[in-house]
Design a protein around this ligand. Sequence first.
Ligand code: CA
Length: 186
Amino acid sequence: MVTKLHKSMKKIGFTLGCALILGNLTVFLAAKNVFANSINGNFGLELYYRDSAFQCGSDPTQADIKVNVYDKSNNLLTTMSKGDKHIIYSFDSADDLKFTYNVYNLSCISNASLRPELGSMLLDSNDSIPNIEGFSKQSSITDMLVGLNSYEELYLVELGTSNISSSAYDLQDVVLVVDNNPSPSD
Ligand SMILES: [Ca+2]
C-alpha cells in the first residue's frame, strides 16, 4: 500500500516536473520569438520614414505616401507617414519586413491607390549610396540624408518605373532609415 502510494506520488511528481520543464521551455521559446537576437544588447529596430518624392511627370505636386509595414507572414505592424518613427521589437532588419504603399494627392493616380514597389535597395551603413539624381529636380537620395548622423540600414524604394535607365528611376520615392539601436526616448 505504502509502496503503491509512493509510486503514484513519484509518477505525479514526474508528470509535474515534465510540465514545469515544458512550461519553461515554452516561455523560453516564446521569448526568443518575441525578441530578435541582437549583437548590441538592444532588441528590435527603429524605422524612420525619412523622406519621399513622387510626382506626376513635370507637375511638381508631391504625393503623400503612406507606408504599410508587415512581417513576412503579412501581419500589419504599422502604417507610417513621412517623418514618423516606429520601433518594432520583434525584428532586427528591414529584411524581415515587407512594405506596401498607398499614394495620395496626385492628379495621375487615384487617391489611396496601392502602388507596387517597382524597385528597391537595402543598404548597410558600409554600402555606398547610389549616385542618382532625383527625377524632375527632386532631391536625390544623398540630399535626403543630409544631417543624418548614423544608420544601420537604408531601404530605398522606387514606385514610378522598373526601367533602371529611366530618369524616373531615382530610388527615393520612399526612403526609410533603419536603426538597429532603438531607444524609446529617441
Ligand atoms: Ca522620385
